[in-house]
Design a protein around this ligand. Structure first.
Ligand SMILES: C[S@@+](CC[C@H](N)C(=O)[O-])C[C@H]1O[C@@H](n2cnc3c(N)ncnc32)[C@H](O)[C@@H]1O
Length: 207
């Protein structure tokens, strides 16, 4: 009995020692502050706006289209962890998908966030269930195709965010025309960061 108790205490001590607090707010903040962002990564201001939108909406099931190395996914994942929700990121490049998975694991978000490797135009129609948040950030001319590929699964009250809508406005003219003029959406273009002189379209799905 005493030996069993000793083993239990020893095992739990070892578990704590072997598991750094990679899910603490302090660790995650430092990890994001030091994150090796590339030109593909979402800016810190935009990433924080995504997190705030997720938390304000109380979103429970989210999709990210285009993950790169996971800077946006980590920021959104923190929001989904707080709402008790989950995020699925879709990334066409297998190497980037793996880097994103590793980065999510480094901050203890592997249970909240999953990464699907593949072309979003094929992956999105195959996703099961309903969603209430989507961040579109992959090939700019395909934004409307991504939205259409998943639109039937977006619940009323979903938040739809599209990145780079100022710099790449021409490439995604059909997307912007659709979300700005469809009676199914209310849309605003916001600038939450001046880093890339760009902006995001935030749409609210009314039906
Ligand atoms: C701008 S980066 C994404 C940045 C990321 N959202 C972030 O917050 O840091 C665009 C990514 O979309 C990926 N991509 C491009 N076309 C895609 C497709 N059809 N399906 C999935 N991912 C795609 C690219 O490989 C690239 O990693």
């Amino acid at each position: 009995m005493r030996r069993a108790l000793f083993s239990l205490v020893f095992a739990s001590l070892f578990a704590v020692a072997a598991d750094p607090a990679n899910n603490s707010a302090e660790f995650r903040k430092e990890f994001l502050d030091k994150f090796q962002r590339t030109g593909l990564s979402t800016t810190p201001g935009d990433a924080m706006m995504l997190r705030i939108l997720i938390e304000a909406r109380g979103a429970k099931r989210g999709i990210e289209v285009g993950a790169a190395s996971g800077y946006g996914a980590i920021n959104m994942g923190i929001g989904f962890e707080r709402t008790g929700g989950r995020l699925t990121s879709v990334e066409i490049d297998p190497r980037r998908a793996e880097v994103t998975r590793q980065n999510l694991a480094k901050v203890g978000l592997e249970e909240t966030c999953s990464v699907v490797t593949g072309d979003a135009l094929k992956v999105l129609p195959a996703l099961e269930g309903e969603f209430d948040f989507i961040f579109i950030d992959a090939a700019k001319p395909d934004y409307l195709k991504y939205l259409k590929a998943v639109e039937a699964k977006l619940r009323k009250g979903s938040v739809v965010v599209a990145d780079n809508v100022i710099v790449s406005a021409r490439a995604m003219a059909d997307y912007l025309e659709y979300v700005q003029n469809s009676p199914d959406y209310e849309t605003v273009i916001i600038r939450s960061s001046m880093e890339k002189n760009d902006g995001m379209a935030v749409s609210y799905k009314l039906k």
